[in-house]
Design a protein around this ligand. Sequence first.
Ligand SMILES: [Zn+2]
Length: 233
Amino acid sequence: MKKIISNISSSISHLLFPHNCLGCATDVLNEEDLICSRCVTELPATNYFKAAENPIEKIFYGRIKIENAAAGFYFTKQSLMQHLLQQLKYKGNKDVGIYLGKLIGYELMHSKRFDDIDALIPLPLNVKREFKRGYNQSMLICQGIASVWQKPIINGMVIRTVFTETQTNKSRINRWQNMDGVFAIDNTKAIAGKHILLIDDVVTSGATLEACGHKILEVANTKLSIATVTCTT
Ligand SMILES: [Zn+2]
């Protein structure tokens, strides 16, 4: 009887608050799922998490010492993945961050290559941007990962300093030098001796992740790996 009542109440709540797939708008009954099972399987998975020397690791060759790196999905324009990231970054849809984090959390969990990670660090956002958005999307992704793959999150120990200077007229080298001063470590004790997995939503040139990664590697006995939800490579 209890079960019948609970089924009826969940049906009523579903009628009052319909929960549709963000991809195809079909009715998704499981409250935790943001997209339906068909749309999930159609997301362009890279399968990089299990692959050594994958294209994401190659981005960082000769630039920074990393143990492993991977991205979960290809980022393409006019795609469901683009729509999801827009929801996350510009529409205030925090659930998308948790959801995408879970998707790559399962990948990390099933890939032996990332087994010895000690902690997750979200790539810090520029303070002004985080204030405007109200959250750091990389932190939400970390929370999603940690909900399926039990790893601690170290937040607020790596910080991003504010830019006052406009960068648009600077050369690439100058911009890179600027990037080099963007990150700082607030608490080295929290990071020392750990294998850190640095997390972001997307990797393109890798310059930001690299700059942040160099700061992490300056702390005694740290190791660095990188994981992102998407990649443009
Ligand atoms: Zn769908």
